[in-house]
Design a protein around this ligand. Sequence first.
Ligand SMILES: NC(=O)c1ccc[n+]([C@@H]2O[C@H](COP(=O)([O-])OP(=O)(O)OC[C@H]3O[C@@H](n4cnc5c(N)ncnc54)[C@H](OP(=O)(O)O)[C@@H]3O)[C@@H](O)[C@H]2O)c1
Ligand SMILES: [Zn+2]
Ligand SMILES: [Zn+2]
Length: 347
Amino acid sequence: MRTTTGWQVDGPTAPLRRTSLERRDLRPDDLAVRVDYCGVCHTDLHAVRGHDGEAGRPLVPGHEFTGVVTEAGPAVTRFSVGDAVAVGNIVDSCGDCAMCRAGQENFCHTFPTLTYGGADRHDGSATLGGYSREYVVREGFAYALPAGLDPAAAAPLLCAGVTVWEPLHSSGVGPGTRVAVAGLGGLGHLAVKFAVALGAETSVVSRSSDKADDACRLGARGLVVSTDPEQMADARDRFDVVIDTISAPHDLGPYLRLVAMDGTLSLVGHLGPVTVETMDLLVGRKKLSSAGSGGRPATAAMLDFCAEHTITADIELLASSRVNEALDRLGRNDVRYRFVLDMSDLD
Ligand SMILES: NC(=O)c1ccc[n+]([C@@H]2O[C@H](COP(=O)([O-])OP(=O)(O)OC[C@H]3O[C@@H](n4cnc5c(N)ncnc54)[C@H](OP(=O)(O)O)[C@@H]3O)[C@@H](O)[C@H]2O)c1
Ligand SMILES: [Zn+2]
Ligand SMILES: [Zn+2]
């Protein structure tokens, strides 16, 4: 085993604490990556707050990071020591099922191995995430970080970015498509940037008008205030695609009513059981969908698109020692629009 340092949580009310962590010795197709920057996703907050501190399964969050290859196993073909790489929220899959063969490893029939909180396919050990100085990953689940992208601001592309990229892409969003993004947070602001760069007529749906200036700066044509019934009524049936990134359980009815005939509401935010009034789908033949993470081809394509259009996240960079402050502020919606942790203080 090899040793590194990271931020671990032991229970739902405990702060994360700095501790030493073990990583596996490299297998032939593994890379050791020095983690330089790791984004703070709302899923990390859900995981930290919901964590039961199960003995032997410490939680180390972090599933969108960038860094540099420091060692490569003998069977590695795509990377060399010194290469800039990025890793997202899945680190392995079966490789054999129809989904994996179609390049949708994120939907692997045996469930993909999550970057943290998963179980390694070979030795069953708990996967520990990117809030740490080193990660060991199969080369097939690392991506070359395009040279033009700032490595700190690019880190959030690997979870927040690809999670909204896949539904935008698979819905055929392009010039003329009317897109609304509900919830202007980490996922939401990247969804706006992507939709605008794809040529879509893009709007934001937010709880207040506080983020209206930001929405315009990001390229949106306007902002609909979800708590204002008049504005929501005016926006009825107006969007071909609504990407819902809201991080809390909520009634889908008001968002389905924004969808145009034959359009789609794609729920990528809070995951879990939902209740749908059939009439909200029936009237207008609307579709309800969801997505999460990305397959390897889509992830690579998204990074290429970001390099071409110079898209990265709007970030606030903090030393990793401020991780607890970042999570608290994220819980209060006090970030515009993604915290990224600088891991260099772990040396
Ligand atoms: N499908 C996946 O694979 C996947 C991947 C990553 C994340 N997620 C999930 O996606 C969600 C968003 O993640 P994120 O990192 O973008 O979070 P975030 O940065 O906190 O953004 C969430 C946004 O949701 C809105 N919001 C928060 N509480 C709300 C409430 N009670 N009612 C209505 N709107 C509310 C806020 O937007 P306004 O201020 O504009 O209203 C907020 O900025 C989380 O639940 C996360 O777990 C899913
Ligand atoms: Zn995430
Ligand atoms: Zn599979």
